[in-house]
Design a protein around this ligand. Structure first.
Ligand SMILES: Cc1cc2nc3c(=O)[nH]c(=O)nc-3n(C[C@H](O)[C@H](O)[C@H](O)COP(=O)(O)O)c2cc1C
Length: 264
């Protein structure tokens, strides 16, 4: 069966872009209610329909139910997080230590997305040159799940501050299976308007225009129409973030389009 090639309706596009712009890494806003099995199934199916090199589908999904196991994962996090904090000094260290960077015990669902590095045998189509394409594929599965979750009102937080070898051991993974993403998942009481790291003053979004080049690294684009469109779409997508990136304060900003989606 073929799908008709027409564009999505305006409403459908809006829904898709809304999921993209309103997706957040959630750590502090989990509600305890369980996610119904049918919804979990939709999230897993969204992940399973990601693109993958040679259609390798290298992912598996481990649902972590056991509380003692979660506590062990949390202990892994705490140790690594302390090590990470030692990379900073003074105020930056204090700020780092004040950040909440996991919700292993508070979120109703913990899920580890793994990547089987041997799936599909020795010769996976398209993976002859860049072997990491299996990992890239598994990341796309995570992103699909993340976006689908947002559309369901469900938050996802990726916890990577754990020793991957120890995590693999805790989860009983065979040597060829990599624990790609440890995710904390649950209904969110709120989706923040911008990344939590930005709201807390850790890091802000880089202006998109500075990241777009023409032909060679570092050469600015000449197409003024494209440049203007990039500025407009970014401002519409996240006006507060955009203006603070341009050095303007909230008071200085007129916001006809606040919270709006990018113009089509
Ligand atoms: C590969 C990866 C690993 C991450 N690991 C962590 C983590 O260990 N702890 C955490 O709080 N956030 C983690 N994050 C979330 C990022 O901090 C977050 O995506 C970023 O600050 C932007 O915020 P947003 O996702 O809400 O837009 C991770 C994100 C990615 C993509």
């Amino acid at each position: 069966m073929r799908n008709p090639p027409e564009e999505f309706s305006e409403e459908e596009k809006r829904g898709l872009y809304r999921a993209i712009y309103e997706r957040r890494d959630v750590r502090s806003q989990f509600r305890p209610d369980a996610i119904p099995p049918a919804v979990v199934a939709r999230l897993l199916s969204a992940a399973h329909h990601a693109a993958s090199v040679g259609f390798m589908q290298p992912w598996d999904f481990i649902i972590i139910e056991n509380l003692a196991l979660r506590q062990k994962v949390k202990a892994l996090f705490e140790r690594e997080n302390d090590r990470a904090a030692a990379n900073y000094d003074g105020e930056r260290e204090l700020l780092y230590r004040s950040l909440k960077l996991e919700a292993i015990l508070e979120s109703p669902l913990n899920l580890c997305v793994t990547c089987d590095r041997t799936r599909g045998g020795q010769h996976v189509l398209g993976r002859n040159t860049v072997v990491e394409t299996d990992l890239f594929s598994a990341c796309l599965a995570v992103q699909n799940l993340w976006l689908a979750a947002r559309s369901e009102g469900i938050g996802v937080g990726w916890v990577s501050i754990v020793d991957q070898a120890e995590l693999a051991q805790l989860l009983g993974l065979p040597g060829h299976v990599y624990p790609l993403a440890y995710l904390c998942i649950g209904y969110a009481s709120e989706f923040l308007s911008a990344p939590e790291l930005e709201l807390k003053g850790w890091q802000s979004r880089v202006p998109l225009l500075t990241l777009v080049h023409r032909d060679h690294w570092g050469a600015a684009i000449l197409d003024r129409e494209l440049a203007a469109a990039i500025l407009a779409v970014e401002e519409a997508a996240a006006p507060l973030e955009f203006n603070s990136a341009c050095g303007r304060t909230e008071e200085e900003i007129e916001k006809p389009n606040r919270g709006g989606l990018p113009p089509h």
